[in-house]
Design a protein around this ligand. Sequence first.
Ligand code: ACO
Length: 482
Amino acid sequence: MESELYRLFYPRGIAVVGASKNPSKIGHIVLKNILDGGYKGRVYPVNPTAESVLGLPCYPSVSSINGEVDVVIVSVPADKTIEVAEDVGRAGAQFLVVLSSGFKEVGNKELEERLVQVARKNGMRVLGPNIFGYVYTPAKLNASFGPPNLLPGKIAFITQSGALGIALMGYSIVEEIGVSSVVSVGNKADIDDADLLSFFLNDPNTQAVIMYIEGISDGRKFLDIASEFSARKPIITIKAGRTEFGAKAAASHTGSLSSGPILWEGVLRQVGALQVKDVQTAFDYARIFERNIKLPGPNVLVITNGGGAGVQATDTLAERGIRLSEPPKDYVDYLRTFLPPYASTRNPVDITGGASDEYYYLALRKALEHEEIHSILVLYCQTMTTNPMKTAEAIIKAVQETDIKKPVVAGFVGGPESKEAISYLSRAGIPAYPTPERAAEALSAIYLYSKRRSVVETRLAYLKTLYGKSQRLVETKIIGEK
Ligand code: ACO
């Protein structure tokens, strides 16, 4: 069955109300982003005072457009949005995407409610208000005033903060993380996180979701869909308002009621979501979850050319509940055939400071083939006797030759050459990070998700036996339900 939000992401036509000739106005930038992004549907600028904008004929109103319009982007001051919504209602569009600020977040709750009422009366859904727009790369659609040129990929962002969303878009370009979608939800007057999760759940272009959440209005709806989502794909949450002070700041930002940190942690754990404190960690996790690699088992092997890096990684893993066990005996025997006698063949395997690319290749290749080794963390510290790019090549060669699907994560510590090697590895499909701790933490996320997913799956199956089709997790109100 087609998702209720299908036409938001695959519109046949888009109108931009408030499209302006003035290149510094938001209505101009959004229109330019839509055109430059390569969107293939029809685009209609709407502005009663302009004849054409960016080479397209302008319409005085949406109802005067002779053509199919599924989505209307609204970039006029808040007090003009109701008349626009009424006009759009007459035109029969499905979605109003309201960029304008000046609603609930500044105490103008009535205006926001009125906007939703007009939309509902006309069978429309509202995204926003108080947003920077949205992006969906499979449809080459950038209906936002964020940066252009997003890298297409498998990660979707849902963000309640506009500024953070725009920063995330920029960061994803710098970090070379491909995105399927970025959706600014702002005040969430109508379309909310749960609605969007429902779409991304069945979206083959989305592998994982990062969410920045300040507050949830319909707790039960969120619990239901987030659980169902986590049972299939990871959710990485950056929860704002973790402290009392942050919660107050969130209230004046999007008018959200942010619940207490302990309650939140429990709720997120219950639905199987992963919680991170900052954007960097969210991206580190996203890099891991870009690929849908199943975890074959619990045994992690660490291969390193630096003892300290190995210790740091071991600590990070242990803090996240992952204990390294001794490598299998036949693997150790194999290592002994080429490693110098002073190398350590325990776990972490220290292939020594002078380790050649060949050592990395041999140690990794055999580990990939070994049934009792389930995931591998490869650490490299740049030295004058080694070359980061050559080491990266050796790692890629081992992975590609064996074609065995188990998680391999790399941590490369060093200067600009190591940074280059990190990008090279990541582009070849091996998540790589600039510190052993970040690499270890990212690997641990796969284990944590796998554990949470199986708990959620078990609970959902149990609830299904109790309530038939219903997947309700709780019968009580959890987070500030309306
Ligand atoms: N239909 C069509 N066009 C109209 C209408 C109408 N009913 N009424 C006015 N217009 C035209 C205007 O004439 C103008 O065109 P012009 O430049 O040719 O004269 C254009 O629409 C825009 O109207 P302005 O009054 O000039 O409004 P402006 O572009 O300055 O601001 C905006 C509109 C951007 C929606 C502003 O009110 C606003 O809310 N800004 C904040 C947006 C924001 O920050 N959102 C949250 C994102 S979060 C983040 O990014 C940090």
